[in-house]
Design a protein around this ligand. Structure first.
Ligand code: ZN
Length: 324
């Protein structure tokens, strides 16, 4: 049995699972709140605690667990296991040698990877990307992340930075982005962007299910509320998702022109919207992309949900361990 621990370091929750990297089966998983506001040392302590509890509680014998992969919401140095950029978590994360710190406490090799690159690897191996040679994966949530498989290879680019689709420019003179650029996709189509469009509609006094669903409490409007309203047929909510879908379609159209994938996978919290979001994306692509044979490209939803990132992080740990 080839088992690895996959961890997802999320802004809200820390999740960990022991996975069989041959079959994709998850044997045991646990989660706890990240409580990121307490700073990086407290969070690292919780990761170590979670690993220890997982190993104690699981039926998988300790010697069968070969290593640990951690998906982080930013850009780690994947060769050295050092955090470089973690924009959405409070604390002093840059330059933290996370892999070495955890290795010292749990006596297992630790590998870091961007969280959506982990989802891409998980979905390609065991989920919606199975069997495809070239795949693009986007996760739409608090931000927009991505990853690519090219010609049967997990393509990482310099230091693992390939697949930053959230920072594709979709408005030439657009809003300033946290990355230092402007007009980036995630400012127009991420969960917070969709929520902000919903808040604006309610603030302007428009009659919409978005307001009704939260009793006109603006603080409770998130992307899930807009999606719910759209599914109930609310025209304003549908128009918001159409707008976000148009921007996503523009970005995906650009990706098609670079890697010409057979499959494009949409994951992340916002993708549970399903058809109400997918339809405007595909419509935009069909209207704009004429140099790629679109009849050979499938636009699909992720299949593994939260497990995709956990299995992907475990697969990444295996990949790194076997190359040592
Ligand atoms: Zn950006």
């Amino acid at each position: 049995m080839n088992c690895y621990i996959g961890i997802d370091l999320g802004g809200t929750n820390l999740r960990a699972a022991i996975a069989d990297t041959e079959t994709g089966q998850i044997f045991h998983q646990k989660k706890c709140p990240t409580l990121a506001a307490e700073g990086q040392q407290a969070v690292i302590g919780r990761i170590i605690q979670l690993i220890r509890e997982l190993r104690q509680e699981s039926q998988v014998p300790n010697h069968a667990v070969k290593g640990i992969g951690i998906g982080v919401p930013g850009t780690p140095d994947i060769d050295k296991g050092i955090i470089q950029f973690l924009p959405n978590l409070p604390g002093k994360w840059p330059n933290v040698p996370l892999a070495t710190i955890i290795e010292g406490q749990v006596q297992l090799p630790v590998a870091l990877i961007n969280d959506v690159r982990a989802i891409t690897l998980g979905e390609w191996t065991f989920g919606a990307g199975r069997g495809a040679d070239t795949v693009a994966c986007l996760a739409i949530g608090t931000g927009i992340g991505g990853g690519v498989i090219v010609n049967g290879q997990f393509h990482l680019g310099i230091g693992g930075t390939a697949g930053e689709f959230g920072h594709h420019v979709v408005e030439v003179d657009g809003l300033p982005c946290g990355c230092g650029g402007k007009g980036c996709l995630e400012l127009y189509a991420s969960g917070p962007a969709i929520a902000a469009m919903g808040v604006k509609e309610v603030m302007h006094g428009h009659t919409t299910r978005i307001g009704e669903l939260v009793n006109h409490d603006l603080n409770r409007i998130d992307a899930g509320v807009v999606v719910q309203a759209a599914k109930e047929g609310d025209p304003i909510a549908i128009a918001i998702l159409q707008r976000a879908g148009t921007y996503l379609g523009i970005a995906v159209g650009n990706i098609l022109g670079v890697i010409s994938p057979q499959r494009v996978i949409f994951g992340g919290g916002v993708s549970v919207a399903g058809e109400v979001l997918l339809a405007p994306i595909v419509q935009t692509i069909k209207g704009r992309v004429h140099v790629i044979p679109l009849d050979k490209v499938a636009f699909v939803l992720a299949e593994l949900g939260i497990n995709g990132g956990l299995i992907g992080a475990a697969l990444w740990a295996k990949h790194k361990c076997e190359r040592l």
